[in-house]
Ligand binder design. Structure first.
Ligand code: ATP
Ligand code: MG
Length: 445
């Protein structure tokens, strides 16, 4: 067995006293402070750990404030009434404050051996192992130096075992230990490296990109559920376009999301989506799924297709990704609705059934996707404008359908209900019905 580059269990950290750093208690979540203080009062070590220390030092608002301690989960439970232990192999304490606030407390642990990496079922989405360790070992088992900083509630110092402070100052994502080894140990770290570089505007330390190139294939063996969760993080943090494009360049993408077909249009669309998220619109998985599939859909859909065909095409394009990542049918269904509605938008205004289509609850969101696409390819602006006005209730500018004999034609009865009731498909179906007049889709500006 090769020795570690240093002895993590006994290594002394660099300690940065309160006077020499910017993390103030006023910036730390009140409930986390309560947890830290109580652990400390009972003689345990109590650190703020992980992303929160990094973000505080960067002057950013942390997403969550995790606590690390040398108290065991059972000892933590004894100290907090509002505590429950979660995780089967490695037990984490969740301390609840009211309904919405939860502080996660983890006992310091060491780097797992190869066969100790948990599956999702065993460890949840938290990267978890089952062996307690020292603070130094806990720092060493983390992914990047900037994610391995601790804030000690005892004297308000920053405890830096891995050189994370310098890397924060330099804007560098540096893997702890040997990148090839650490990526082999947990391939999801390759994606996280690209993600943090994009989120923070940092550079990858020069040995990282070639290591990702060498290890890229291994990500295919990582748990799809963990990858799916990290992918969602890319979208929540508004870096999906940038990161997936970089992942493509570096050879990771094909193993990461095998069903996503990279193209300039797709990456540009994801960048548009990221900009929309940055403007404050929450992004949901079915929308992401539709966006990731859209370029291929646009390439394959034909204006003369029936809705049945479009439905099948959308299903076909979504199937692989949904199977691979075990995406629930409901989410797939919503993504398909967006694609079918997109088809309807692209075909233009003035079709029969338009009123029902406009009233359908999914239509407004589908228009958002259409808008992003029009902005991406810088085209169809008039049509977009017309649909936008129609959805806002201004329907006056489209030629109405020819009246014929003035009698309303009945829609032929369906013999059987389709197996999946798909309201948008239904609506488009009305518009697409051969027996009904197909009216002009032009003149809509
Ligand atoms: P954010 O929550 O803002 O996305 P974070 O750094 O807190 O960023 P989390 O995914 O919440 O990221 O993980 C918390 C901490 O756990 C990280 O800071 C890192 O120290 C450690 N960690 C997470 N994933 C891994 C991993 N795959 N390998 C090693 N350590 C990890
Ligand atoms: Mg976090």
């Amino acid at each position: 067995m090769s020795p570690e580059p240093f002895e993590a269990s006994t290594m002394a950290p660099v300690v940065i006293p309160r006077a020499e750093h910017t993390v103030s208690r006023s910036l730390i979540d009140e409930n986390s402070l309560k947890v830290l203080y109580r652990l400390r009062r009972h003689g345990y070590r109590a650190y703020l750990v992980g992303g929160s220390v990094r973000d505080l030092l960067l002057g950013r608002q942390p997403k969550d404030f995790d606590v690390g301690t040398d108290a065991t989960p059972d000892q933590v439970r004894k100290l907090f009434r509002n505590c429950r232990l979660v995780g089967r192999r490695f037990r984490l304490a969740h301390i609840m404050f009211g309904r919405d606030s939860l502080i996660e407390v983890a006992t310091f642990r060491r780097k797992p051996e190869q066969d100790e990496i948990p599956t999702l079922e065993e460890g949840g989405l938290h990267f978890a192992e089952n062996v307690f360790g020292s603070p130094g070992e806990d720092a060493f088992r983390r992914d990047f130096t900037i994610n391995a900083l601790f804030y000690d509630i005892d004297d308000f110092s920053i405890v830096d075992y891995m050189g994370g402070m310098q890397d924060l100052r330099d804007g560098v994502i540096r893997v702890i230990g040997d990148p090839d080894e650490r990526f082999a140990e947990d391939p999801v770290r390759m994606l996280r490296a690209l993600e943090f570089a994009a989120r923070l505007g940092f550079e990858l330390e020069p040995s990282v990109p070639p290591a990702i190139e060498r290890c890229a294939e291994q990500i295919a063996a990582a748990s799809p559920a963990r990858i799916r969760e990290e992918l969602m993080e890319l979208f929540r943090h508004k870096v999906s376009g940038q990161v997936l494009q970089k992942a493509d360049k570096i050879g990771l993408l094909e193993f990461l999301v095998p069903d996503f077909k990279p193209s300039r249009e797709s990456f540009d669309l994801l960048r548009q989506l990221d900009m929309r998220t940055a403007s404050g619109v929450a992004v949901r998985e079915f929308f992401i799924l539709a966006a990731m599939t859209l370029h291929r859909f646009v390439q394959q859909v034909q204006p003369e297709m029936t809705v049945g065909d479009v439905h099948k095409l959308a299903n076909h394009l979504l199937a692989g990704h949904c199977r691979y990542f075990s995406v629930a049918n409901g989410i797939k269904h919503q993504a398909r609705e967006l694609l079918i509605a997109f088809f309807r938008f692209q075909r233009g205004r003035g079709r029969r059934g338009e009123q029902r289509f406009l009233r359908h609850p999914a239509t407004a969101e589908a228009l958002e996707l259409y808008r992003l696409w029009c902005e991406t390819i810088n085209s169809d602006r008039d049509q977009l404008e017309s649909w936008t006005r129609a959805l806002a209730g201004d329907l006056g500018d489209v030629k109405s359908a020819p009246k014929g004999d003035g009698k309303r034609k009945r829609r032929p009865r369906r013999r059987k209900k389709p197996p999946v009731a798909d309201a948008v498909a239904d609506v488009v179906d009305v518009a697409n019905n051969k027996s009904e007049a197909d009216v002009s889709s032009e003149g809509t500006s």
